[in-house]
Design a protein around this ligand. Structure first.
Ligand code: ZN
Length: 497
């Protein structure tokens, strides 16, 4: 059983000002995929290695930090390389595609994940099954559902189950090949916009809804049922929450399970609200600095680089500098390439005048002058371990402004693990408070934070969907519209007979 592994896994924020070009791609060859302990790919490989009859054939996988629209050049590069390798190395008994689900390509008027998987389908032919692994922040379309054979989707946010998700995709694919199945699929598009921070699986209603999925998978005749929260910020016709089900043979079973799951989601839709501790910027900073707990982690949710914001806003830093008492705070991950270059040129120990906000892109510029002492930068301390959301080539600089420690970066970075801090010689727990450009805390920071406060800051990833301009999503759509009637039967697609 020869199974190819490919994929293009990128989360795109359409309104982010920094496009995702060819230079932003992180590409992995077959050998690097085998050795790289890569997101989801590692779970696929583990499942295939368990079965003596399986031959894993990793071909090529690409990813990038979340960012603005992917350029056509970058997309065509990955797509054509993937299709050429699939054609050259064929035949295969199955293909696993490890994608995200929120890929958007400049000028492409269809959902790019759908385009990619349809192109894989066209290359390998109609009879070779495809297992698709997705992030729950991705979207579904009729053509993607049609092109894929089986699907697995992350079931935790913050994400802790990429390994299991890859494993499940491969496991279902093996079942389909072994038993000669032609699975039946059904999906329901649910008209709600749910930014990720309102659908964490450690809180209701996400916890119960996602927690119920294994029991649906175990219904006789079912393969899997899954929920895609979708990527709520992108104004595209396919943006929404999706409930979907794949059955071994029985289309009616798939429809019944997709509809029942969609009804349960719809019944809870007004409970998809922020359930973690939140605060306006100044209030949250003061609360953190006077809290009994340490360390307190604050997330600058409006400028969340892991959702594709560019990370250049200094709003929270400026608010921290306005607080009395010169607080002990670390503010990390500000994108400011020109500032980094100036600081590194000045050298460690130099005192430099920095203009905060002159490199703002997504919000109005500011030019507040502050004195900064350069503490370090340039090379990362190499500590090993997988550090996502970080380009190793990107320059950075660490400064002290008053008592605050601030890091600036030449490219967007997602500070998602304690190792990111340690690689800049910053202790991730010794200071009173830490500000990172995230929404919810990612698992490894969640594990060390004594308390987390989500700052309701403005920016590309601000969390009030009613403040955005919408022209392309179908209406009605909650929370833009309220108190409308909705029936899942009218929003059903897939194998309908
Ligand atoms: Zn995600």
């Amino acid at each position: 059983m020869r199974i190819a592994i490919v994929g293009l896994s990128i989360e795109i924020m359409l309104s982010s000002p920094i496009p995702t070009g060819i230079e932003a791609l992180q590409e992995y060859s077959a050998e690097q995929m085998l050795q790289g302990d890569l997101w989801m790919v590692r779970g696929v490989l583990e499942r295939l290695a368990e079965d003596e009859v399986c031959e894993a054939v990793p071909l090529y996988w690409a990813t990038a930090l979340p960012g603005g629209p992917m350029t056509r050049e970058a997309y065509d590069h990955v797509k054509s390389k993937t299709l050429e390798l699939l054609a050259a190395e064929s035949p295969f008994d199955g293909v696993v595609v490890v994608n995200h689900g929120a890929l958007e390509v400049d000028g492409l008027e269809v959902d790019a994940d759908s385009d990619f998987v349809c192109a894989v389908r066209a290359t390998i032919g109609p009879d070779v099954p495809i297992g698709v692994a997705l992030d729950l922040h991705g979207d579904m379309t009729p053509s993607l559902l049609d092109a894929g054979t089986v699907f697995s989707v992350l079931r935790t946010a913050p994400h802790r189950d990429d390994h299991q998700t890859g494993y499940r995709a491969a496991d279902q694919l093996i079942t389909v090949i072994r038993d000669g199945l032609k699975p039946k699929k059904a999906a329901v598009k649910i008209p709600i916009l749910v930014p990720g921070e309102t659908a964490v699986t450690t809180q209701e209603p996400g916890r119960t809804l996602y927690g119920s999925l294994p029991s649906l998978d175990s219904i006789p005749g079912m393969l899997e049922a899954n929920i895609l929260v979708g990527f709520a910020w992108n104004d595209r016709p396919w943006t929404s929450v999706t409930a979907f089900a794949v059955a071994e043979r029985d289309a009616a079973l798939a429809r019944e399970q997709a509809i029942a799951l969609a009804e349960r989601i719809w019944a809870e839709h007004k409970n998809f609200v922020l359930s973690m501790e939140t605060a306006e910027i100044s209030e949250g900073l003061q609360r953190a600095l006077s809290a009994p707990e340490q360390p307190v982690y604050l997330s600058d949710s409006g400028d969340n680089t892991t959702a594709g914001a560019s990370g250049e806003l200094t709003t929270v830093l400026q608010a921290a500098l306005d607080l009395p008492g010169d607080p002990d705070i670390v503010i990390a991950g500000i994108t400011a390439p020109q500032t980094v270059a100036r600081l590194l040129a000045a050298g460690i120990g130099a005192e430099v005048t920095v203009e905060l906000g002159v490199e703002h892109l997504s919000r109005p510029r500011t030019d507040r002058k502050v004195q900064a002492v350069v503490l370090g930068g340039g090379e990362w301390l190499e500590l090993g371990g997988f550090q996502p959301y970080r380009s190793k080539e990107a320059a950075w600089a660490k400064v002290r402004i008053g008592n605050a420690i601030v890091t600036f970066h030449s490219q967007p970075i997602g500070i998602t693990t304690p190792q990111h801090f340690r690689a800049m010689d910053i202790d991730p727990a010794a200071h009173k408070a830490y500000v990172v450009k995230l929404g919810y805390l990612h698992p490894q920071l969640e594990d060390i934070a004594a308390r987390h406060i989500l700052l309701l800051s403005d920016g590309t990833t601000q969390l009030d969907m009613t403040r955005l301009e919408w022209t392309r999503i179908p209406r009605p759509m909650w929370p833009l519209d309220n108190d409308f009637e909705w029936s899942p039967n009218a929003s059903l697609y897939g194998d309908l007979s």
